[in-house]
Design a protein around this ligand. Sequence first.
Ligand code: CA
Length: 234
Amino acid sequence: MNQKIKILVIEDEKNILSFITSVLTAQQYQVIPASTGRDGLSQAASQCPDLILLDLGLPDMDGMNIIKKVRAWTSVPIIVISARTQEDDKVQALDNGADDYITKPFGNPELLARIRTALRHSNRMQTDDPLALRPYRSGNLHIDFEKHLVTRDGQEIHLTQNEFKIVALLAKNCGRVLTYDRLIEHIWGPYSENDNTILRVNMANIRRKLEPNPAEPIYIFTEIGIGYRMAEED
Ligand code: CA
């Protein structure tokens, strides 16, 4: 018998906690509920969950501190549950080590998709089978990381070195949001200025080359105020 995947849900709002619990239980996940930060941290340590869903607004602790504390000893995927108006919090949570976020109010498909993506990335790391060793495929887009080759509909797309670096990082993390700072640091180094302008210029060029219709992207999505997210593989 397969052991169930354990998901720790740290959320103080009872109706959201019970909604999430029923959605996850129906999908055969095992839910460990926690309604305070203190309880969440102790459950994280004692239960060793496979994934943590974390509400940032808790009565007893700042969710940011929970991310930092958990990250001090485990790389378990953390998905932050956040309100729509808290763009800065989302960025800070991601930069502190959260894997992704989901915005209230959210529906089942979105919640389950985020969880599957986060679990897949964590499995990938554990099994040492990085996406980098094989090409990325989504729709008609194909990226061969080793050959530095990007094709769409079989036609080679010529990207500059920095454009390729951006696309490759997003593709290796497909389905997950990457913050502007994370991308800038990866491409231009840790001491580069946190100025999004040059990244935006690069992204405009990438979209012009990559997307069938740059005004309605189907491969690289903008998360307003936060960063970019590349489409999942097929
Ligand atoms: Ca809350």
